[in-house]
Design a protein around this ligand. Structure first.
Ligand SMILES: Cc1cc2nc3c(=O)[nH]c(=O)nc-3n(C[C@H](O)[C@H](O)[C@H](O)COP(=O)(O)OP(=O)(O)OC[C@H]3O[C@@H](n4cnc5c(N)ncnc54)[C@H](O)[C@@H]3O)c2cc1C
Length: 397
């Protein structure tokens, strides 16, 4: 007999709804962008301009920008809640989430002049900083070996190289770029000699910058970016030359926490959708959800998402308190991406053939949520962090 009582004050997956007003506000914005909106965008590979505009106008995309630069200066946890609710509503923040964490590099390491020039414009939505160029086709996760070069020439840098999977570059005004400024053979530590630049795409396009769309499994506006003797002003450099890898690493915990919150939101959507469907759908004269073989995978994924959510909340609390949070950010990323994938699988399977019907949105969300196993960091790389840095096992690369 099951002797534990269910806590009826905590419905579904909400572990106590922190920031209830933000959640309510985001849900309200998202209610104007139902599944049909996202399906239509996929048909034409279009960018959700109206959705991004609505979020910007409501102030959500400037959540992390300090008030002095025109944002609302909220903690990371508030931004995580915004992204979670977007995904729990069936929408997708992939078109605009990068702004939240790439902006952090400018905020933490940019000059006062750069902050004053860009942050208020980004907060108002007049400028989009949505493109983040790190990944390269031939070096992959081995970031310090990246080959894109930026060479100082008078009052400019000349950039040559190639990036791949640079999301949203065709829908962004600015791009944060990681490039090598000192050749690998001239440095002692391989993480030295990389630099971060803020490139004005509008100025650069056609003058050494070419962006080509990349067709992908999801409508993520991924591109390939080519630099061919692109001259950018020397003041495009963020912080000190050669310290760029550290700056990017600084932002990665925030990025992992934020992106994992989207995974939690997806897990909530899959759970809610699956529960509703299996309770309604009747086969063999009873709801399919009465069969425990259908129920259990949904129940298991729900429990996994709850656990992931708690680790992520701890990660965000540590980040907001200025404490080291890499361990929780990495574990939270691993747990959240697994939880949402299991929830997606359970939901798709429970829908039978209808799981494949576009109009149910299950297959779209299933494709979208698979991405968390790969980007922004793949599962194996997170496991290697836990194995090596947290557990002290031998370094593998
Ligand atoms: C839709 C989409 C959007 C993206 N957006 C961006 C973006 O905006 N900006 C950007 O810079 N990048 C972006 N990326 C790139 C993404 O961050 C990378 O794809 C990801 O980090 C993995 O790198 P890779 O593809 O080069 O894989 P690789 O490094 O080639 O790895 C391939 C596989 O091998 C595994 N592997 C590699 N080395 C090891 C090892 N030592 N031990 C165990 N396993 C290992 C990996 O875990 C992975 O599963 C995006 C990718 C996608 C698909």
């Amino acid at each position: 007999m099951n002797t534990t009582s269910h806590d009826t004050t905590s419905p579904a997956i909400e572990t106590g709804e922190d920031y209830p007003e933000i959640r309510e506000g985001v849900r309200k914005v998202c209610s104007g962008f139902p599944g049909a909106y996202w399906r239509a965008l996929e048909e034409t590979l279009s960018y959700p301009t109206e959705f991004v505009r609505a979020l910007t106008e409501a102030g959500y995309l400037g959540a992390l920008i300090p008030e002095v630069y025109g944002g609302s200066g909220m903690p990371l946890r508030a931004a995580a809640v915004i992204l979670e609710e977007i995904h729990a509503s069936g929408c997708n923040a992939g078109a605009c989430h990068a702004q939240m964490y790439t902006m952090g590099t400018v905020l933490r390491h940019g000059s006062e002049e750069q902050k004053r020039r860009y942050l208020p414009e980004i907060a108002s939505g007049r400028l989009r900083l949505q493109a983040f160029g790190v990944t390269e086709p031939t070096t992959g996760t081995d970031t310090t070996k990246l080959k894109t070069r930026a060479v100082r020439d008078g009052d400019a840098y000349v950039v040559n190289g190639q990036k791949v999977w640079t999301s949203r570059a065709l829908h962004s005004d600015l791009m944060l770029l990681l490039a090598r400024t000192t050749p690998l053979e001239d440095i002692k530590k391989k993480s030295d000699g990389l630099s971060v630049f803020l490139i004005d795409i509008r100025e650069a396009i056609g003058k050494g910058l070419e962006i080509r769309p990349l067709k992908a499994m999801v409508n993520h506006h991924a591109t390939e970016v080519f630099f061919d003797n692109l001259r950018i002003p020397a003041d495009s450099l963020i912080g000190q030359e050669g310290k760029g890898f550290k700056y990017i690493l600084d932002g990665m915990n925030a990025e992992r926490i934020l992106v994992s919150s989207e995974a939690i939101g997806d897990a909530r959507w899959f759970t809610k959708t699956a529960v509703a469907y299996v309770s309604e759908r009747r086969v063999f004269d009873r709801p399919i959800g009465q069969n425990q073989a259908v129920q259990f995978p949904i129940a298991r994924a729900y429990a996994e998402a709850q656990a992931a959510d708690l680790v992520l909340r701890r990660a965000a609390a540590r980040f907001d308190a200025g404490l080291p949070c890499g361990d929780d950010a990495n574990m939270g990323k691993l747990l959240a991406s697994d939880a949402t994938w299991h929830a997606a699988e359970a939901c798709l399977q429970a829908h039978g053939g209808f799981g494949y019907a576009r109009e149910y949105d299950v297959e779209r969300k299933w494709r979208e949520t698979r991405l968390f196993q790969i980007a922004p960091i793949s599962t194996n790389l997170v496991l290697s962090y836990i194995g090596e840095h947290m557990l002290g096992m031998p370094r593998s690369f």
